[in-house]
Ligand binder design. Sequence first.
Ligand code: CA
Length: 225
Amino acid sequence: MKLLVVEDEALLRHHLQTRLSEGGHIVEAVGNADEALYHAGQYHHDLAVIDLGLPGISGLDLIRQLRSDGRTFPILILTARGNWQDKVEGLAAGADDYLVKPFQFEELEARLAALLRRSSGFTQSTIVAGPLSLDLNRKQAALAQSSLALTAYEYRILEYLMRHHQQVVPKDRLMEQLYADDDERDPNVIEVLVGRLRRKLESHAGFKPIETVRGLGYLFNERCH
Ligand code: CA
């Protein structure tokens, strides 16, 4: 998933970027609200982690601005210990969850996974579509109860399409899920990856969940639950 991290403490920002990237996310980490608003306007994020104590525009005003700009992704706020007013105001401004500093990275990861799952409308960490199941925690796919070997990129594409099942997903949206840098994005790569993914899924007779919508993108046309 594509995450926006807004944290002015350089060391913590770096730590969040590194650990969340290792967890399989594409992470854009910035140090202030102006940069965050720029990135939010340029790209399509799945979630934001926002420190409330930012220089310049505050974390609270950043959240209000994102929400008034129509950004609906889940937001987790980072707050200082003992400042309960911050949590209340943050949630009232449009945040979905909070974590008090200092925190254990594992707790942050678990909360982000829960927020992402709920924002996709799933109640469990395994998504099922016909014979296909996807374990979001282990990042593994299975087809008709047998493990399905996918590369990291194939897995990311499949997870994104299943999270947005029965919606047309543009190719450039999928590219944002694979590459942090604009320069690396090549639509031909997506076609090749989707082609490989399809062949693996279609090894189950009659199962053709990924459709091409000409000129628009791809559609995972099976109900996921
Ligand atoms: Ca801060």
